[in-house]
Design a protein around this ligand. Structure first.
Ligand SMILES: *Cc1c(COP(=O)(O)O)cnc(C)c1O
Length: 418
């Protein structure tokens, strides 16, 4: 390499978008829609052809503050100009401040930072296993998870995920997981009785407060309260995966607040830094079994990601965004339920909390087709399984934007079968 190779070329716009070139070089792990998004503002995004969309996907429940939010732009700009990355060999003040905010505003006492939801769940799984070994004296700790759950795409988290389609062709899977039906307390009791018959084996139960990818399926309050009691009786840890529902998405700051219980451990990622990669595992002091050397992440909680997350937390609080989630969520569900009443042949149910909602459609329709039609009509939506269309807009969505989305959905169903 000659010294001139090191001279930076001036920043220019990237080449005009070419999907064929893209597909030639990027691994085909995603089924992508045939548009390329290049710009966003609030709840709107624009593609490379200049077409405008109302964004009710928000990077899949991730862009908490929408696109190009001035506070987030300012926070990340200031941070990258000051210091963007240092190792966890040193104290990182922004990380400490973020941990302080998260613990002051939740049931947790401690935070560990990483970069994604899967990694946050990996940390929770490792913590539960260590707790199983060192506190519960279990040689091979078992973690119970639910059917139709989703916990990520690493080997341990696809194993935790109770959906065979994510596991197919990736065996051998990680040992130590066992599945139970969601919202079925009798089945959970039976599973624990069987697994613990000769000696205790179950160290933890890992559940989503509301199953997101599995079909926007809210947890049942009575079920979760019974699970909490059962965990207390047996000394089992209750881990909640709040990767999709945390950070105000459900109209409460944390998903578990909808269930009237507190977890021992919970995980965050998607909405935490509004679209800057970050993950977090939070726990109560009583299960804080990690010691130096037990777990680590190079990027975890670096100054840049931590400053972005801190900005999201402070903006949620200062702007009363959780109250907006409740109001806009009620508006959205009411509008969707009106449509459901009009088209009973097509819509089975509208369900969700706050701004995570699903329209459950008749098996004669496909969620993916409705999502494609919505995209053509200027509204971005995302399926949650084959039969559910998911609505997860930025938490700052306005009344007029919800109204516009409802009008587009109404037109979609009006045109079905025509
Ligand atoms: C998205 C998601 C994950 C995985 O998060 P990644 O950042 O993609 O690893 C885990 N759990 C739940 C509930 C999710 O919605």
């Amino acid at each position: 390499m000659s010294p001139t190779d090191l001279v930076p070329t001036p920043t220019t716009a990237i080449a005009p978008f070419n999907a064929t070139e893209f597909d030639r070089h990027v691994m085909g792990t995603y089924g992508r829609f045939p548009i390329a998004l290049e710009r966003g503002e609030g709840c709107r995004v624009w593609d490379t052809e200049g077409r405008e969309y109302l964004d009710f996907v928000a990077g899949i429940a991730t862009c908490t503050l929408g696109h190009a939010h001035p506070a987030l732009v300012e926070a990340v700009t200031a941070q990258i100009q000051k210091l963007h990355h240092v190792s966890n060999l040193y104290y990182i003040p922004e990380q400490g401040e973020l941990a302080q905010w998260l613990t002051a505003n939740s049931c947790a006492d401690r935070a560990f930072f990483c970069n994604s939801g899967a990694e946050a769940n990996e940390a929770a799984i490792k913590l539960a296993r260590k707790y199983g070994h060192t506190v519960l004296n279990i040689e091979n700790p078992v973690i119970l998870t639910a059917n139709a759950s989703f916990h990520g795409r690493t080997l341990a988290t696809i194993t935790a995920t109770g959906q065979p389609k994510y596991q197919k062709n990736f065996n051998p899977l990680v040992p130590g997981f066992h599945y139970v039906p969601f919202n079925d307390f009798g089945a959970l009791e039976d599973a624990i009785a069987t697994l613990n018959q000769t000696q205790p084996q179950v160290a933890a139960i890992l559940l989503e407060p509301l199953q997101g990818e599995g079909g926007v399926n809210p947890g049942d309050v009575a079920y979760f309260q019974q699970v909490r009691q059962l965990c207390d009786q047996h000394g089992i840890l209750l881990i909640l995966d709040e990767v999709q529902v945390g950070m105000g998405r459900t109209g409460k700051l944390w998903g578990y607040e909808n269930l009237g219980i507190e977890p021992d451990i919970f995980t965050l990622a998607k909405g935490l830094a509004g679209g800057i990669p970050i993950g977090a595992m939070l726990c109560k002091e009583s299960c804080n079994a990690f010691e130096p050397g037990d777990h680590a992440s190079t990027f975890g909680g670096n100054p840049f990601a931590s400053a972005a997350a801190l900005c999201v937390c402070q903006t949620l609080e200062a702007d009363g965004i959780v109250a907006n989630v409740q109001a806009r969520g009620n508006q959205l569900r009411a509008g969707l339920r009106e449509i459901a009443a009009q088209y009973p042949d097509y819509i089975r149910e509208v369900r969700g909390w706050g701004l995570i909602n699903g329209v459950v459609i008749d098996p004669a329709l496909k969620a993916i087709d409705l999502v494609k039609d919505a995209m053509s009509a200027g509204l971005l939506l995302v399926p949650a399984g084959p039969q559910v269309v998911r609505f997860v807009p930025p938490l700052v969505v306005r009344e007029a934007e919800v109204k516009q989305a409802i009008a587009i959905v109404d037109q979609l169903f009006a045109h079905q079968g025509s």
